[in-house]
Design a protein around this ligand. Structure first.
Ligand code: FMN
Length: 326
């Protein structure tokens, strides 16, 4: 069992990674249906939160049905992060997660996100200040290091643990790698197997299949795995992996009917929460993956990602359902 302070997750838990513009409430709703054991909001700018920025405030919108859920914050100014953590704590998440992994230039070169990997004393000081300021478990999500020459995650994890954080998630890439190449899990395993580490270690990076998930648990011994891109357009990956871990065999693939029903539900939720046209636009990234591999689908896909009328999209989903009867 994975314990984050008083929060207990099942054995070999599968967590949904925080993803900007992806892990909004409608996507989280769908992932939870398929058994995501814990979820996170999109990252929220601490500066935005303390300025009452609308875009930031709306991301605090979490509900009891989503528990356990973490709110993720990023920023480079300790005072602002402490203030933002207090505001976020007011939304009553199960944990506050700090982002020390975002590689985006605008964020990292300012010293926020993965930028903090260039200033470990500051990272430790800021984490400590946040841990002391809120009455909730604080967790951290980070990378192996800034670049190939500074993969210091074993040391960093120990120092972060000493601040009182309750779990650490490690994405097996450096900041310099962005999302390129493949994630290196050996260093994630090294953190987990460091006898000084007492807090749970959650591994992240490139888990896109049940076999990869099983290897992460069996070979590297992590306490949990976090799935990001593998869940985009394939939210049933949580169920697929759980089935494989429990039974040692692959789950039956979803039928087109199940997929169209899912797309329909997802679109409904997205419209309910974001309205038109955003609820429509934001669904577009998901459809392509939902129906990946269907023969002669090009034209239908084009329609799915260009039509703006909800009713027309619902009819199109019916058409897909009728045309592909398997
Ligand atoms: C579109 C997108 C948005 C992301 N946004 C965030 C974010 O807000 N916070 C964060 O910690 N990581 C973010 N990430 C990184 C993921 O959480 C994850 O660490 C990374 O994608 C590697 O995991 P994966 O191979 O399972 O996708 C984002 C990744 C993607 C692809």
């Amino acid at each position: 069992m994975l314990k984050i302070s008083g929060l207990e997750l099942r054995d070999r838990p599968l967590l949904l990674a925080p993803m900007e513009d992806v892990t909004d409430p409608s996507f989280r709703y769908i992932c939870k249906l398929f058994g995501a054991d814990m979820m996170f909001t999109e990252f929220i700018s601490s500066d935005g939160l303390i300025r009452d920025g609308k875009k930031s405030l709306v991301k605090l919108d979490i509900s009891d049905d989503e528990r356990p859920i973490g709110i993720q914050l990023y920023g480079h100014i300790p005072e602002a992060m402490v203030e933002a953590a207090k505001i976020a704590a007011g939304a009553k998440p199960d944990v506050i997660d700090i982002n020390y992994g975002c590689p985006v230039r605008k964020i990292a070169t300012r010293g926020a996100g993965a930028g903090m990997l260039c200033n470990i004393p500051m990272m430790v000081e800021m984490t400590s200040a946040i841990v002391n300021a809120v009455n909730l478990p604080v967790t951290v999500k980070t990378r192996l290091g800034w670049d190939e020459n500074s993969k210091n995650i074993v040391d960093i994890a120990e120092r972060l643990q000493d601040t009182g954080i309750k779990a650490i998630t490690i994405h097996g890439r450096t900041r310099a790698q962005l999302y390129k190449g493949t994630a290196d899990w050996t260093l994630i395993g090294a953190v987990k197997n460091n006898p000084r580490m007492k807090i749970p270690v959650i591994g992240n990076g490139d888990i896109v299949s049940p076999a990869a998930a099983r290897e992460a648990f069996d070979k590297y011994g992590v306490d949990g795995i976090m799935i990001g891109r593998g869940a985009i357009g394939r939210p049933w990956i949580f169920k697929e992996i759980r089935h494989y871990l429990d039974n040692g065999e692959e789950m039956e693939p979803l039928t087109v009917k199940e997929k169209t029903e899912l797309a329909r539900l997802h679109l409904k939720k997205s419209l309910e929460i974001k309205g038109e046209p955003r609820g429509i636009y934001e669904m577009r990234r998901h459809y392509c993956h939902y129906f990946k591999g269907l023969p002669d689908f090009k034209e239908l896909r084009m329609k799915l990602v260009t039509i703006n009328e909800p009713e027309q999209i619902f009819s199109l989903l019916d058409e897909i359902n009728n045309r592909y009867d398997f």
